[in-house]
Unconditional design. Structure first.
Length: 57
C-alpha cells in the first residue's frame, strides 16, 4: 500500500511539473472512492459475496 501511494505521489508531482496543476489534480481525483466497512484477510483484501468480487487495499 505504501509503495502504491509513493508511486502515485511521484507520478502526480511529475505531471504537475511537466503539464500543470489541473493534470496533477486529475491523477488524484480521477477514481471513484467508496468507503466501506468490513474486515480484510491476511492479504488486505475484501470479498463481496453478493457480487462475487474481491478487492485489495
Amino acid at each position: 500500500m505504501k509503495m502504491v501511494l509513493v508511486g502515485l505521489v511521484i507520478v502526480g508531482v511529475g505531471m504537475f511539473l511537466s503539464v500543470g496543476s489541473v493534470s496533477a489534480a486529475t491523477v488524484f481525483h480521477s477514481g471513484d472512492v467508496v468507503e466501506h466497512g468490513g474486515r480484510t484477510d491476511s492479504n488486505g483484501c475484501h470479498r463481496d459475496t453478493k457480487q462475487g468480487t474481491r478487492h485489495c487495499h
